[in-house]
Design a protein around this ligand. Structure first.
Ligand code: GLA
Length: 412
């Protein structure tokens, strides 16, 4: 099929679903109207509880206080990253005598409330982790049988976001019921707590996921397995998202986001071009931007990439439409994301991992018909800023793209 014909079919199907979705009831807690942004410890720091041998990278209050300070002093909060989130392994091995959750007393000697106050005093919000089953994935006490009590504990401590994992559930029904009950328990506390689920990840192994229902209860949800610090992992997540886009894209919108997992930019596994690809695609996919890296030792290049305001604006666009892959042609993947202003974001990834930069040829007929301009102004945002200027319907733009890199464009 001609690319232009294929494109028209695909974008009309997907946008048809997106419009249809405006009738769907999203979780009405008024939160996460744009994808949540922040920092989450898991990918980079995992479950390191040995503070004797790893004093600067174990999961303790010091690590989070340092990150909080740096998020403020190094421009992260200003750039939009406002949630500082702890993942698994913060808990003591047992609940207290009143069945309340408690932080590990050696690693969080002042308790969780004290740390959360410290974070709030710096103008940040705090995210915590728990699990729908009787244990967290790393084996700490889970929330099963205690949903209401735990929601209240989190509210009392001042928690602003809950990542709710799905390990150790009994049956699929119990998993779904647990996710629904926790959503209602959080609502009943009266505190604004963003609810980040992993329900589809676990449910999809057993049945077709009902995204209308998931979006009624969760502000964001993981669909696939964990990201790791590698190009193979980023590619896999991007490819599965594209393969399932007719299911995933219509489910997303203000207050409800597909979560392809953390940004691993600034770590060890991705070349600079691959970091650009992750940033561009996570912006196009309207993904939560939760970095998992060490902000104490991140390069200037990765910092500038993660703090790029024009790229963040595409991710945070108020229309909240998740972008979709439009073309896969000649070793290039092209995605587009319609924006509230009538403009369009386009990404082009060079999937050929041999050789040097290759030209992608872009014409007006290839992109979304709803784009407000006939002659459009084209700005390249990544990997470097460059103004292509006006581009009319009979012109072809020659865009060079590095191997495993991505060019992100804005057309308006
Ligand atoms: C699961 C989740 C991860 C992380 C770990 C913690 O694997 O998907 O994101 O939270 O559990 O144990």
């Amino acid at each position: 099929m001609e690319p232009a014909v294929w494109k028209r079919l695909l974008s009309s199907v997907i946008l048809g679903f997106v419009l249809y979705r405006s009738d769907v009831t999203a979780l009405k807690n008024g939160l996460a109207l744009t994808p949540p942004m922040g920092w989450l410890h898991w990918q980079r720091f995992l479950c390191q509880t040995d503070c004797k041998n790893y004093p600067t990278s174990c999961i303790n209050d010091q690590l989070f206080m340092q990150m909080a300070d740096i998020m403020v002093s190094n421009g992260w909060l200003k750039a939009g990253y406002k949630y500082l989130c702890i993942d698994d392994c913060w808990l003591a091995p047992h609940r207290d005598k009143n069945n309340r959750l408690q932080a590990d007393p050696d690693r969080f000697p002042g308790g969780m409330k004290k740390l959360i106050d410290y974070v709030h005093d710096r103008g940040l919000l705090f995210g915590i982790y728990q699990d729908v089953g009787n244990k967290t994935c790393a084996g700490f006490p889970g929330s099963r049988d205690f949903y209401e009590l735990d929601a209240q504990t989190f509210a009392d401590w001042g928690v602003d976001l809950l990542k709710f994992d799905g390990c150790y559930y009994d049956t699929l029904e119990a998993l779904k019921e647990g996710y629904r009950r926790m959503a209602m328990a959080l609502n009943r506390t009266g505190r604004d707590i963003v609810y980040s689920c992993e329900w589809p990840l676990y449910a999809r192994q057993i049945e077709q996921v009902n995204y209308t229902e998931v979006a009624e209860y969760c502000n964001s949800w993981r669909n696939f397995g964990d990201i790791d610090d590698s190009w193979a992992s980023v590619k896999t997540i991007v490819d599965i998202t594209a393969a399932l886009q007719e299911e995933l894209v219509p489910a997303a919108g203000p207050g409800a986001w597909n979560d392809p997992d953390m940004l691993v930019i600034g770590n060890f596994g991705l070349s600079f071009d691959q970091q650009v690809t992750q940033m561009a695609l996570w912006a196009i996919m309207a993904a939560p931007l939760l970095m998992s890296n060490d902000l104490r030792e991140i390069s200037k290049e990765s910092t500038a990439l993660l703090q790029n305001q024009e790229v963040i604006a595409i991710n945070q666009d108020p229309l909240g439409t998740q972008g979709y892959r439009l073309l896969k042609v000649n070793g290039f993947d092209m995605w587009e994301k319609p924006l509230a202003s009538g403009a369009l974001a386009i990404s082009v990834t060079n999937r050929q991992e041999i050789g040097g930069p290759r030209y992608f040829l872009l014409s007006r007929a290839m992109v979304w018909d709803g784009l407000a301009c006939d002659t459009c102004y084209v700005t390249q945002l990544l990997p470097t800023r460059y103004e292509y200027g006006y581009f009319n319907a009979s012109q072809v733009l020659k865009v060079p793209v590095n191997p495993s890199g991505t060019v992100l464009l804005r057309l308006e």
